[in-house]
Design a protein around this ligand. Structure first.
Ligand SMILES: [Zn+2]
Length: 272
């Protein structure tokens, strides 16, 4: 009996971690979620429903049949042109599908199918959506930040990575950092802006806890600073959207944070 159980356990581990078929399924799931991310990025800032109508060509509004709507592949098969009217399809669509597939594929490789995979994956795809919308529209829509808060609350309830005190301290750290950035911005430009950044920073602080959030924020602030200097050299005076840099910071924390923990555990085990 116990042999059967251990065999089942081994089979489960093989499927959930290190199975090529599961990896393929995960990558397909990632590309499909990327396709949905494209829908959210297009429709949400324009106030359109996310579920209906079904996909339409942005150029001629004719419905897109499902076989022309396969993530990544359709773009390549159609050579970047809409089948209905020949209008060029933005390369942004397959790029976002590819990034999303890479996010889930690499997460599966690192974590297997697990709670960390589920919640981290959800957050990274959400941040991808927020980053692209912020780049284009200079805002972080409230429903998306709220979705992030729901993901993190579920994470804390189902499979907590930290205690509630740490989450609360992270929330406060996020508010403090972003509030400081708003005040600096007001001193420079004379107007108070960045409430979207404030809300997202608070939720990210809650999600990652104060220690990892500071690493996230430093990465975001430094890379935004470099980006701002490049933009200024090009003569642009536009405000820097923080969304993409928060996403970059979270990405660094998720990967580097994990690597650092493993490195630390490795040292610990070598000592014995
Ligand atoms: Zn068309």
């Amino acid at each position: 009996m116990s042999d059967w159980i251990s065999m089942l356990e081994e089979a489960w581990i093989m499927v959930t971690w290190g199975s090529p078929l599961a990896l393929l399924l995960t990558v397909i799931l990632g590309a499909s979620l990327g396709s949905f991310a494209n829908v959210v990025i297009w429709r949400l800032p324009r106030g359109q429903s996310l579920v209906k109508p079904a996909s339409r060509c942005p150029a001629c509004s004719r419905p897109i049949p499902p076989w022309h709507n396969i993530p990544i592949l359709s773009f390549m098969l159609l050579r970047g042109q809409a089948a209905c009217c020949g209008a060029p399809i933005s390369a942004r669509y397959p790029i976002i599908e590819l990034i999303s597939a890479l996010i889930l594929g690499t997460l599966y490789w690192a974590e297997g199918w697990s709670w960390v995979f589920l919640f981290t994956g959800a957050w990274m795809i959400l941040l991808l959506i927020l980053a692209v919308i912020d780049l284009e529209f200079y805002r972080l829509p409230n429903p998306l930040v709220a979705a992030g808060a729901v993901i993190s609350l579920l994470w804390m309830i189902v499979a907590p990575q930290q205690g509630w005190l740490s989450a609360a301290a992270g929330f406060g750290t996020g508010l403090g950092f972003a509030g400081l950035m708003m005040l600096v911005g007001k001193a420079k430009t004379g107007r108070l802006a960045g409430f979207g950044d404030l809300k997202l920073a608070a939720v990210l602080g809650f999600t990652f806890g104060p220690g990892r959030f500071v690493l996230l924020m430093l990465t975001a602030a430094l890379s935004a600073l470099v980006w701002g200097l490049i933009q200024r050299r090009r003569g642009s005076e536009r405000r820097i959207p923080m969304g993409p840099f928060f996403a970059l910071g979270a990405w660094v924390v998720i990967w580097l944070g994990e690597t650092m923990v493993r490195w630390y555990l490795g040292l610990f085990m070598l000592g014995h």
